[in-house]
Design a protein around this ligand. Structure first.
Ligand SMILES: Nc1ncnc2c1ncn2[C@@H]1O[C@H](COP(=O)(O)OP(=O)(O)O)[C@@H](O)[C@H]1O
Ligand SMILES: [Mg+2]
Length: 264
């Protein structure tokens, strides 16, 4: 979508709130069309990182480059952020909610809804177009929120614990569906989660953040067969090994928060 096929790059990014670092000296790179999953305990700076990448927030130190853009407004123009809570407008139908991001880009209400309507079936939402958010299940609400993010037409998707509020069964379905959707239509994605399996299922790479301040404690490359189901993948020796590696890094990160990423 952008002429600059450079993906996302963070170099030495530090963000302090009131003198306390939320994230400190973070280096990350996401090649175009790839998915990075960031996993870490609550409060380790995951949402802060997404705010920084999106351009809604600026680092105190370091450089953030999104498809060649380093200024906050230019980064914002390249990113679609799905916030941690779904934030659907309660008085608007599912269709009208999904169309919001197109309306925000200047499309008429009518044209925006016409553009979004054909996607409902693909997003597992056929027949739900006229439902209000309170009439939708949790899984459907998250799909509407993701659809709204997806149709914004941005190359970069920033997803903040998109399935965090769902029960385990619904979450498993949502993960499988999102994986298939992004395999079919790749975007450059940073997905934040505290769920290790979700990180491994959806990321091409998993970065483990250690808490207080948020720092990169480990990087794990994920190389799993694309065409397998979630259940099949979870049972493979590769998956089990990767999960153990990430869990070990999380344990280490919480007991030794000041590990230098350079030394790992
Ligand atoms: N706007 C803010 N003002 C002050 N402190 C903040 C702000 N946003 C986040 N923090 C602090 O930064 C740390 C990281 O927060 P956050 O990025 O929300 O973590 P996570 O998403 O991993 O749970 C926390 O200690 C939090 O209290
Ligand atoms: Mg958060």
């Amino acid at each position: 979508m952008s002429g600059e096929d450079q993906g996302i790059r963070l170099v030495g990014v530090t963000r302090r709130y009131g003198g306390v670092a939320a994230v400190e000296r973070v280096d990350l790179a996401v090649p175009p069309g790839r998915r990075l999953a960031v996993v870490g305990p609550s409060g380790c700076g995951k949402s802060t990182l997404l705010g920084l990448i999106s351009g809604l927030d600026e680092p105190d130190e370091g450089v953030i480059d999104v498809l060649g853009a380093t200024g906050p407004a230019a980064r914002l123009a390249r990113c679609a952020l799905m916030p941690q809570r779904d934030l659907l407008l309660p008085w608007r139908s599912a269709l009208a909610n999904a169309a919001v991001s197109l309306e925000n880009r200047g499309m008429s209400r009518r044209a925006a809804r016409a553009a979004v309507r054909p996607l409902f079936a693909r997003f597992g939402l056929a027949g739900a177009e006229d439902f209000l958010p309170r009439q939708l299940s949790g899984g459907m609400r998250q799909r509407v929120a993701f659809l709204r993010t997806f149709v914004a037409g941005k190359e970069v998707l920033l997803l903040d614990e998109p399935f965090g509020a769902l029960d385990a069964i619904t979450r498993a379905e949502a993960q499988e569906w999102l994986r298939a959707t992004l395999e079919a239509e790749p975007r450059t994605v940073v997905l934040v989660t505290h769920d290790v399996e979700e990180a491994l299922l959806l990321g091409h790479e998993v970065v483990v953040l250690a808490a207080r301040p948020g720092r990169v404690a480990a990087r794990v490359a994920v190389d799993l067969p694309a065409a397998r189901s979630r259940r099949e993948l979870l049972a493979t020796a590769e998956f089990v090994g990767l999960r153990d590696e990430v869990l070990a890094a999380l344990e280490q990160g919480s007991s030794a928060p000041s590990v230098e990423p350079e030394r790992l």
